[in-house]
Design a protein around this ligand. Structure first.
Ligand code: PBG
Length: 326
């Protein structure tokens, strides 16, 4: 018997062999680009904590999506940054609110050639920065917030969003949104549920991107999940699917590969992962110092997410790495 009998290295010997036996693929179609559009700007503004990412004007947003499409990225998720904020976040459902205006422009330009997703939340639109309306004690009022989410969903679908993506982690939000959409005649608008969304320190740069600071202690632990828990994530995911979610999402990504894998095993709908702002910015910062090869690390992380079971990934790297993918 020759020793060693098992020689896995045989299949690693050449690039062609490695290519032949690769178990997982990462392709452009697996990537969704998050984009920001700001109402007050006349020129796009780079987000200082997210190099290469911009708050866009409607015009520069259209140009950015042109560029993404040219590179083979055909799914985007849009976040609006309104000119004015108030206690209820009313610009989130105004037909002239920035997200709706930008979505109409995208729908007019690209139609069904791309997938237009809208983040559905209130934090960018409320003056206190929470994802819902507050009660007298300053806590987020779950059920009042659901009514507003229904209005936002209808406004987004009316503007032309193919997918609405509720990210507020309110109980019952998927059912409330599904019902509101159906009643308004938008039974074809799909829901991507941020189902297992953790209260994470990795959203820091995003809050710069959307100009949000959170009142009352600066955290969302009263509605987003505790990173200590995974059974709770599976419960959230099952509930969201039962309420009508067409797709579910785990967020952040790299700290929750176990949750992605468990979600993939648990449900039949597509499972997405959100590689969030802090994950993007950490790679950029280390690469800027010359300590790591940024795009190589990004590719490795995104491939690992696919291996864990993610069907698609929301990532700020979509545009930059598209050229390395098929
Ligand atoms: C809430 C929302 C957040 C992100 C996406 N949707 C911020 C939060 O929950 O505080 C974070 C995305 C990222 O960090 O890239 N509307």
């Amino acid at each position: 018997m020759p020793f060693p009998a098992e020689r896995p290295r045989r299949l690693r010997r050449t690039e062609a062999l490695r290519h032949l036996v690769a178990e997982t693929t990462l392709q452009r179609r697996h990537l969704i680009a998050p984009l920001f559009v700001a109402e007050t700007l006349t020129e796009p503004r780079e987000i200082s904590s997210m190099p290469g990412q911009f708050q866009h004007t409607v015009a520069s947003l259209l140009a950015e999506v042109d560029e993404l499409v040219a590179r083979g990225i055909t799914s985007i998720i849009l976040f609006g940054v309104p000119a004015t904020k108030d206690a209820t976040g009313s610009q989130a459902w105004a037909d002239e609110g920035i997200c709706q205006v930008a979505t109409r422009a995208l729908a007019a330009r690209f139609g069904d050639d791309i997938v237009i997703m809208n983040d559905l939340c209130l934090d960018e639109y409320t003056d206190h920065g929470h994802c819902g309306v507050l009660d007298a004690r300053g806590d987020v009022d779950n059920d009042l917030t659901l009514e507003l989410y229904g209005k936002i969903a209808v406004a987004q679908a009316r503007a032309g969003a193919h997918v609405v993506a509720p990210s507020g982690m309110m109980d019952g939000q998927i059912e409330a949104i599904r019902r509101a959409l159906d009643e308004a005649g938008y039974d074809q608008a799909a829901i991507l549920a941020y189902a297992a969304k953790y209260a994470s320190a990795l959203y820091g740069p995003f809050r710069d991107a959307v100009a949000v600071s959170i009142a009352g202690g600066g955290h969302r632990r009263g509605y987003q999940q505790d990173p200590a828990n995974i059974r709770e994530s599976l419960r959230e995911i099952r509930l969201d699917v039962a309420e009508g979610a067409d797709m579910v999402m785990v967020k952040p990504a790299m700290t929750n590969l176990d949750v992605v894998a468990a979600a993939r095993a648990e449900v039949d709908v597509p499972v997405f992962a959100y590689h969030v702002s802090g994950e993007y910015s950490m790679i950029h910062a280390a690469a800027e110092k010359g300590w790591i090869d940024g795009p190589a690390v990004a590719l490795e992380q995104l491939l690992s997410l696919r291996r864990a079971g993610a069907d698609a990934i929301l990532t700020y790297f979509a545009k930059d790495i598209a050229g390395r993918l098929s």
